[in-house]
Each structure stands twice: as C-alpha cells, then as structure tokens.
Design a protein around this ligand. Structure first.
Ligand SMILES: Cc1ncc(COP(=O)(O)O)c(C=O)c1O
Length: 399
C-alpha cells in the first residue's frame, strides 16, 4: 500500500478537540458534564449580521470571489483596524482566510522554508506547534512559566531573536493563559524587536476586543510604527462576534505578505463564500454592542473563576486580563491520589476530574506547560458556579 507523506507523521489532531469529544460522548451517554474545554464563545452575533447574510443570499451571484477577499469585507476590516488605532492600511495590505487558523497556516507556508527558525512562547495555542511541525520549521520555544505570570520578558525575547529565527509569533491576549501585555510591556518588547531586523513578527491578536480592567489592547505597531514593514497582524471573527462556525480570519501587514497569503488562497480555497463575506463585513462595521456586552460578562466570570481557583490550597492562578481562559498551576495535585488512584501529571488530573466530577478541562501539556490546566469559562452562566464547586471538591478530596 502506498504511504502517506512524511509530514503526516508530524501532524496531529488538536488535543483540545480530543477532550471536547470525550466530554460530548460522556454527555451523550447520559453523564452530567460541565465543559470548560473548548474555546467557543457560546453566543451568537447581532441581528444585523444575519440580515446582511440574508440580503447577500438574495443577491447571490453564485460565482467564485476574490482570492484576497471581497472588497466590502476588506474595507470593513480596514475600518476595524482604524478603530484599533492601526490606521493607514489599504486593501493591498490585507487578506482574508478560512479563520485565523488558515491565515496562520498560510503565513507559515509563505514565510518559512523547511528548517527555518520559528520562535514563540510557551504556553502556546496548540495549533502553533502543530503548524510549525507540519511545515518542518525549527521550533524555538520560549518558556514563560507561572512564576513570570506566563509573560515573555524583553531579555528572553532579545536572546531568542539574537538567534535570528525567520519568524516570531506573539499572542496577545493569550490563549491559554488570558494574559494581556500592558502598553509599557509591549513598548519594551517592541524596542527589542526593532534591534533585530531579520525576523518576521506575527501578532495573533484575535482576542483584541476582549480585554478587561481597562488595560487596553496594544500592538508593537502602536508604539513603533516603523515595525509595520515586518509585523503581520492577525484577527478573526470567531471569538469577538460569536462566529466561530462562519470561519473568517483576516490579516494586515506588508503588501508582499498579504499578496503571498492571497496566492496561497488562490491555490487552497479560491475565496470565501459571498454570504459569509457579507455577514463578516456587517459584523466588523456594524454596531459593536454584542462584543462589548460579552466582554463585560467575561470579566465578571473571570472574577468568579479566579476567586474559586485561588481559594484552593496549593493552586495558583495568575489573574487573566483578557480572552476567556484561566490557566491555573495545578501541579500541587501531582503525586496525590483521588478515589485511590495516583495522579502523576496534568493528563491524569484532567481525566480523573472528568471521571469523578464530570468537569472537562484541557491538560496544560497540550499548550506546552504541563503544570497547568486550561479552563475556558464561556459556559452558560448557571453552569459556572457548580463547575467551579466541583473542581474545589475534587481538590479537597485529594489524599
Ligand atoms: C490564539 C488563537 N489564534 C487563532 C485561533 C483560531 O481562530 P479561528 O477560529 O479564526 O480559526 C484561536 C482559536 O481558538 C486562538 O485561540
């Protein structure tokens, strides 16, 4: 029998989806499951988004669209960038894709040859490593443990960029930790980046509308506009607008990079569907009350989650200031046992928690930090307190 390509030996399905699928199966079997696993926003976009989709359907051309993206969507994105304080981008600087996942994959293909250096911090969003491995990059992980509240320091970045990786991928606010860099922290990292001109920078900032405590969203380009010729900003409609299934991702950066992503599109997908592009344009340019209300709701949930986790003796949860994730250090549980079974690591901890209490969380090792466990707190509000109480019970029962 013929063999699959060698790269498939490096490709893995998402670890997050594996947990989510197990939780779904247990639920289908009648178990009472509370899922803190998958990072879906659990709300729907505003009516104007559906109205735009219906209108586009009525006027459907049935044709292929632009490889780069519909002009209406690109213009709406440019307006959105202006709103973020990132003015001056044109259509030629932008491109669309089937979600930020697809944009990131296209960028990795467009910017990296096999063996090229690719640096990013741990904990990282799972797909970073998977994409890097599929394209055969030389991965350089920059460990950001809980002791440094999961944030990259300028000294660390300086040492990493001194090795001249072709690409540095930065994620702010972070999945899985929810950490957000302050303006001063971004300025300090940007100063380092400015001193290392040989590296492309991707800022995966898809949670830029979900920032709490008035910290605000900051990008390297805000503080150092001259970095615009190397920084590629990645955005998505999935989390901000409650549209993960619509699959719309966007990028803004140097023209040469936007053109490369457009070329990749022409070979992978041709174009986004017309109806999807119209709905996405409406989301970006229409009223922003839904994302604003959800952000306030997530901040309140964040307070509840952090209070419950930090009340558990031995568990340490740095306070997230964005997205909808918490990433406590749960290593105090390792070596202890629950229901007579020893818990050796994060994977066994999450399995025992799911088995004993019906609460699904994702093991930190999926994100490169095995001392952690990711809690996605987008569940319906009535499930949050009972889910957290079950986690507390579980830890109290450890012997
Ligand atoms: C940090 C980060 N980047 C990118 C993505 C991909 O988003 P999309 O749904 O647009 O593909 C996710 C999804 O969870 C994410 O958390």
């Amino acid at each position: 029998m013929p063999q699959l390509a060698k790269r498939m030996g490096r490709a893995k399905p998402s670890a997050i989806m594996v947990v989510a699928e197990t939780a779904k199966r247990l639920k289908a079997e009648g178990r009472d499951i509370i899922s803190f696993s998958i990072g879906v926003p659990n709300f729907l976009p505003g009516d104007h988004v559906y109205a735009a989709a219906r209108k586009a359907l009525d006027a459907d051309s049935g044709q292929y669209g632009s490889n780069r993206g519909a002009e209406g969507l690109l213009d709406a994105f440019i307006g959105h960038l202006d709103g973020l304080g990132l003015a001056g981008y044109t259509r030629a600087n932008c491109a669309t894709g089937v979600g930020a996942t697809h944009i990131l994959y296209n960028l990795a293909e467009a910017l990296l040859d096999e063996g090229d250096g690719f640096a990013f911090a741990t904990p990282y969003w799972t797909s970073y490593l998977d994409i890097a491995e599929i394209v055969g990059a030389d991965v350089q992980l920059l460990p950001c443990p809980p002791e440094q509240v999961y944030k990259l320091t300028p000294a660390q970045l300086d040492a990493a960029l001194a090795k001249k990786p072709k690409l540095f991928l930065f994620n702010n606010p972070s999945n899985p930790t929810g950490m957000v860099y302050t303006k001063d922290e971004i300025a300090a990292l940007a100063e380092v980046i400015a001193r290392h001109p040989d590296t492309w920078i991707i800022t995966d900032d898809i949670y830029n509308s979900m920032v709490f405590d008035g910290v605000g969203y900051h990008n390297f380009v805000h503080v150092r506009p001259e970095l615009r010729d190397r920084v590629i900003f990645v955005d998505s409609l999935s989390k901000t607008y409650g549209m993960p299934g619509w699959r719309v991702g966007l990028m803004a950066g140097p023209e040469v990079v936007a053109q490369a992503v457009t070329t990749m599109n022409s070979n992978h997908i041709t174009s986004l569907p017309e109806v999807v592009a119209a709905a996405a344009a409406a989301a970006l340019s229409g009223p922003q009350d839904v994302p604003a209300a959800r952000c306030a709701e997530f901040q309140a949930k964040r307070d509840q989650v952090v209070a419950a986790l930090n009340a558990i003796p031995g568990v340490v949860c740095p306070v997230p200031q964005g997205a909808f994730y918490a990433f406590p250090d749960v290593s105090c549980a390792f070596g202890k046992s629950h229901s007579g079974k020893v818990i050796n690591n994060d994977v066994e901890l999450c399995a025992a928690l799911l088995e004993a209490k019906g609460v699904a969380c994702v093991p930190g090792s999926a994100f490169g930090e095995p001392r952690g466990m990711r809690i996605s707190y987008t569940c319906p509000t009535p499930q949050l307190a009972p889910g957290l109480a079950r986690i507390q019970e579980f830890f109290a029962e450890l012997a």
